[in-house]
Ligand binder design. Structure first.
Ligand SMILES: [Zn+2]
Ligand SMILES: [Zn+2]
Length: 144
């Protein structure tokens, strides 16, 4: 049980450090995204915390508050769905790690690699700044 308490204290500190009040809704949203370990849409988060009595509008508002405070990052991966994920120290600005999007079920998985390959970076420099690397395909669940 000790680890659960530590995680809660960590989340409360994170909220305080960002100048946000630690409300039960914000804690629940952060805990859910931590547990998921991948970007989730508003609908996915709302479904996951519905058992705690949080309605969709509350979840939406808190996702936006947490994003504005810099605790979450928000991305749109070409399918017109905004997904939220915990922002970590490792890649707190600019292009983070690549994401794998399953074009069948819409699930998104974080891929390792927090830096952009140098070759890609230098050839893209003449065009602009890379903000997202996206890999699309069929996840194992959908491919079988
Ligand atoms: Zn899939
Ligand atoms: Zn990710």
């Amino acid at each position: 049980m000790a680890s659960k308490v530590t995680a809660l204290a960590e989340i409360q500190k994170l909220l305080r450090d960002s100048g946000l009040r630690s409300t039960s809704a914000r804690i629940a949203v952060l805990q859910q995204l931590r547990k998921a370990g991948r970007p989730q849409s508003h609908a996915e988060v709302a479904l996951a915390v519905a058992a705690l009595g949080l309605d969709k509008a509350t979840v939406f508002r808190n996702l936006n508050d947490l994003t504005e405070a810099g605790l979450l990052s928000r991305s749109e991966l070409g399918d017109h769905v905004w997904r939220f994920e915990i922002r970590t120290e490792k890649h707190s600005h600019g292009a983070a790690h690549p994401h794998f999007l399953c074009i069948d079920c819409g699930s998104v998985t974080c891929l390792p690699g927090s830096t952009i390959p140098t070759a890609l970076k230098s050839s893209a420099e003449s065009i602009g700044e890379i903000t997202e690397i996206l890999v699309r395909g069929h996840c194992h669940n959908c491919a079988t």
